[in-house]
Design a protein around this ligand. Sequence first.
Ligand SMILES: [Zn+2]
Length: 339
Amino acid sequence: MAPIKCRSFIAFCIVLFYAHTASAWGTWGHNHINKGAIMALPAEMGMFFYNHADFIVEESTVPDLRKYSLGDRSENPRHYINLESYGYQNEQLPNSIKEAIAKYGKDSVDRYGILPWYILDMKAKLTEAFRKKRKTEILFLAADLGHYIGDAHVPLHATINHNGQLTGQQGIHSFWESQLPEIFGRTYKLNTREAKYIDDLPKATWSLLDTSYSLLTNLLLNDRKMRKDKPEELQFVLSKDGTPTLNKFGQKVHTYEFSHVYHELLNGMVEQQLKRAIRFTADLWYTAWVDAGRPDLSDLDSEATTERNSPFYTADKAAWKKGKIRGCSSEKEYPTVGR
Ligand SMILES: [Zn+2]
């Protein structure tokens, strides 16, 4: 991975053992990434995945539930990587969890996060599931992979400053990945090219993290610029008692005006990252299937199921080609503030 230099906020990144607590993308983002990836698959895979679209879409947020609702501690480091803690600017990072543990020790790796390595591990498992044509495993692993790939496209999942806590921007994480897509997602065009085979998966995975990381400065500086000297009532929706309104996860709710201006300053960043996540998820599913020898998936479902879903698949595909992802009635995490 190419080192990236000159990140202005790195000076703040001195807390090496900060634990991530925020989610990623929110329900809206994860649901749309998994559904979009289904639509980007070629026909040989697409119909089978579409037959199970409801499961794949719902399952897209389950890795976060394992972390928060079940308190599964082994889940936490799979959702992020604190690149600075691994010396990202100065050295070549290991290519596997095993190598990382040998180099940094298990405790450090658990704290710094394992996201890219976990994606590579999951891909190997998905390939194996395709090879053995284990339907339930294919669906479970593919849906989970979509979640982690989604997380890797959130710039704040690649840094130790994951919630702006080191730069006085607490709350930026959920604002960027959950409230902005909920407000503006309906205007996004989330169609991509059809899935392609990835020749060098470790390289492609590190490259996507390079891209995510490279967006951090812009993401944080624009927010800082907007908050400077701005009274709270122009940033947040206030309750009757004058304190900021909180959503169901305890996050402050930003006003529509503040969100709109910030979203404009980001110049399409959120939409672009969602599209990249959709593309990469579809590419990875496709690569696992090709590596497994392109197994025929059509006999994994009954003919009646495929026949029943076929016209809906055609209609959803046509809508998707125009940029619209249909069939994601995501649970809202924020009250409506938009127009
Ligand atoms: Zn996550």
